[in-house]
Design a protein around this ligand. Structure first.
Ligand code: ATP
Ligand code: MN
Length: 480
C-alpha cells in the first residue's frame, strides 16, 4: 500500500529539482507500449508520464493499467527525455486503486463529440475540455464574488421558492406538495392552493431582482448570485431551464452608472481568467480552431479565443440607444436584401438575436450596450423616460452570444410604477411589499442581471450552453 501523501501533478510539472521521491494518484488516460502511463489527477489539464519497468512488473498488474483506472504510483521524479514534457516519474511501486473495464469504459483515448459527452455528463469531467471549462467556471464565480466584495457590495440570498413572477412572463415552474391524484378542491372544482404547503401558489424564482431591490434600498449596494428557473420552451444553444444569474442592485445610481458597473464587471472577469488560466485558455483556443475547421470560411471567427478575450477586455463597449440601433438595422444590407428572418420596418420592433448579432459582429465589431427601449417590449419596473415612450433599459450584447446582460434604472416614482402595473396587468396588491420601497424613502436605483452560463460560454469559447454547466436542465433533459 502506498501510504505517503500525494503531490498534485500541477505542482510536479513546475519543479526543476530532480531525483526526489514522489507519490502521484490519479486516473489513467493512456498506457502505451506496456511502459508509459499518462496520469491525470484533475489538478491540471496536463498529464504526467509515469514509466513502468515492465520487465520487472507482474503481468497481471500491468493488465490492470487501463484507461479510466484510478492508480497510485511512487517513484523518482526525473528529467524527461520525451518531447512535450520536462519531468516524468520512474515508477518504483504501483497500486491499482480502482479498476476500469476497458471494454465498458465509454471514454476512449480519442476525440469524442460534445454531443456524445453530454450523454455521459457524469464522466465528461474526465476530459481535458471539461476540466478546462469547469475550472474556468469556478474561477469566474470566484472573480464575481471578489469584484463585488472589493467594492463593498453585500451578497444577498434571495428566495428560490417565490409567490411572485418578477418578469410577469409566466414561464415558471410550479412548486407544490399537493397530491396530483386527488388534490383538494374549492367549491367550484378548482384546485385549492390555499391548502397547499405555503397556503398559496408558489413557483421557482425567475429572478431575484425584486427582493434585491428591497436590500439595495437599505444596504446600498447588493448582489445576488443564485440559480434561476425558466420554463420557456426554447431549445437553443443559449437557453437553459435552470441557470445561474448575478443580479447587482445599486441605490442612488442611474443607467450610466449601471452600464459602467456591468462593463467593469465583465472586463474584470475576463481579465481574471486571462491571468489565472493561460493553460486552459490555450487548450480551449486550439479546441475551437479545430472545431471551426469544419465550418465554411465565412462562418469562422475572425479572432482566436485568446485574442478575442484580450480585445473585449481592452475595448470600450459601444453605447447607443434602441432608436439609433433601429436606424442602423433598417439601413443595413441584410435588411434591404431581406436576409433577416424578421425584417426591421418600424420603430418599436423587438430585436431578435439575428439583429443583435448583426450590430455586434458586423456593424460595431465589439460589445454593444443598447439603451432606452420602447416601454411596450420591456418589464414594468423600468424607469419611464421624459418622452413617455421609452424606458431606461439596457441590454449588453456580446459577439457570438447576443444578450449577456439585461438591466435598467428602476421606476422609483410610485405613481408611474402603479400606472405601469395597471397597464401591464401586474397585480399590485400581491406586490405591496415591492411598492413599499417607493412609499417609504424611495430613491433612484438601478441594477442588472448577468447570465452566468452566457459569460462562461463567452470566456471558454464553447458553443452550446449545455456544455458549460455540469448537469444541464433543458426541455426533456434532466438526467443525472
Ligand atoms: P433572452 O432574450 O436571451 O431569452 P431575456 O431577455 O429573457 O434573455 P433576462 O430576463 O433579461 O433575459 O435575464 C437576464 C440575463 O439572464 C440575460 O441577459 C441572459 O444573460 C440570462 N438568461 C436569460 N434567460 C436565460 C436562459 N434561459 N438560460 C440561460 N441564461 C439566460
Ligand atoms: Mn428569455
Amino acid at each position: 500500500m502506498i501510504a505517503e501523501r500525494r503531490t498534485k501533478i500541477k505542482e510536479l510539472l513546475n519543479v526543476s529539482t530532480y531525483g526526489t521521491d514522489v507519490v502521484v494518484k490519479g486516473w489513467v488516460r493512456t498506457f502505451r507500449n506496456n511502459q508509459f502511463i499518462a496520469i491525470n489527477d484533475g489538478s491540471t489539464i496536463n498529464n504526467i508520464q509515469a514509466v513502468v519497468d515492465y520487465q520487472n512488473t507482474d503481468e497481471a498488474l500491468l493488465k490492470r493499467i487501463t484507461t479510466g483506472a484510478a492508480i497510485a504510483v511512487k517513484g523518482k521524479l526525473i528529467e524527461s527525455t520525451g518531447k512535450g514534457q520536462k519531468v516524468e516519474i520512474k515508477v518504483e511501486q504501483l497500486e491499482i486503486l480502482g479498476d476500469s473495464d476497458a471494454e465498458k469504459f465509454p471514454l476512449q483515448p480519442k476525440k469524442h463529440s460534445l454531443e456524445f459527452l453530454r450523454e455521459i455528463a457524469h464522466l465528461r469531467f474526465r476530459t481535458n475540455t471539461f476540466n478546462a471549462v469547469f475550472k474556468i467556471r469556478h474561477s469566474l464565480a470566484f472573480a464575481i464574488h471578489k469584484f463585488f466584495n472589493d467594492r463593498g457590495f453585500v451578497y444577498l440570498h434571495t428566495p428560490i421558492i417565490t409567490a411572485s413572477d418578477a418578469e410577469g412572463a409566466g414561464e415558471m415552474f410550479r412548486v407544490t406538495n399537493l397530491s396530483f391524484d386527488n388534490p383538494p378542491r374549492t367549491e367550484n372544482g378548482e384546485v385549492d392552493f390555499k391548502q397547499d404547503f405555503f397556503g398559496k401558489t408558489t413557483n421557482l424564482t425567475v429572478s431575484g431582482q425584486l427582493e434585491a431591490e428591497l436590500g439595495a434600498m437599505a444596504l446600498g449596494e447588493v448582489y445576488t448570485f443564485g440559480p434561476t428557473f425558466r420554463a420557456e420552451n426554447s431549445n437553443t444553444t443559449r437557453h437553459l431551464a435552470e441557470f445561474w444569474m448575478i443580479e447587482p442592485e445599486v441605490a442612488f445610481a442611474d443607467l450610466n452608472d449601471n452600464a459602467q458597473l456591468a462593463e467593469d464587471l465583465l472586463k474584470y472577469c475576463i481579465n481574471y481568467v486571462i491571468t489565472n488560466h493561460p493553460d486552459e485558455l490555450e487548450f480551449l483556443k486550439n479546441r475551437l480552431l479545430e472545431e471551426e475547421k469544419q465550418k465554411p470560411m465565412d462562418e469562422r471567427s475572425e479572432m482566436d479565443l485568446v485574442s478575442k478575450l484580450n480585445f473585449v477586455a481592452s475595448s470600450e463597449f459601444q453605447r447607443l440607444t434602441y432608436t439609433e440601433a433601429i436606424e442602423i438595422l433598417k439601413n443595413s444590407a441584410p435588411n434591404k436584401k431581406k436576409k433577416f428572418k424578421y425584417l426591421i420596418e418600424n420603430w418599436g420592433a423587438d430585436l431578435q438575436s439575428e439583429h443583435e448579432r448583426y450590430l455586434v459582429e458586423k456593424h460595431f465589431k465589439k460589445p454593444v450596450i443598447l439603451t432606452d427601449y420602447p416601454k411596450e417590449i420591456k418589464a414594468f419596473y423600468m424607469r419611464l423616460n421624459e418622452d413617455g415612450k421609452t424606458v431606461r433599459a439596457m441590454d449588453i450584447l456580446f459577439p457570438g452570444i447576443g444578450e449577456i446582460v439585461g438591466g435598467s434604472q428602476r421606476e422609483e416614482r410610485l405613481e408611474n410604477l402603479e400606472q405601469r402595473m395597471r397597464d401591464m396587468h401586474i397585480p399590485a396588491e400581491e406586490l405591496y411589499w415591492y411598492l413599499d420601497t417607493r412609499r417609504f424613502g424611495t430613491a433612484p436605483h438601478a441594477g442588472f442581471g448577468l447570465g452566468f452560463e452566457r459569460l462562461v460560454l463567452f470566456v471558454t469559447g464553447m458553443t452550446n450552453i449545455r456544455d458549460v454547466i455540469p448537469f444541464p436542465r433543458a426541455p426533456k433533459t434532466a438526467e443525472f
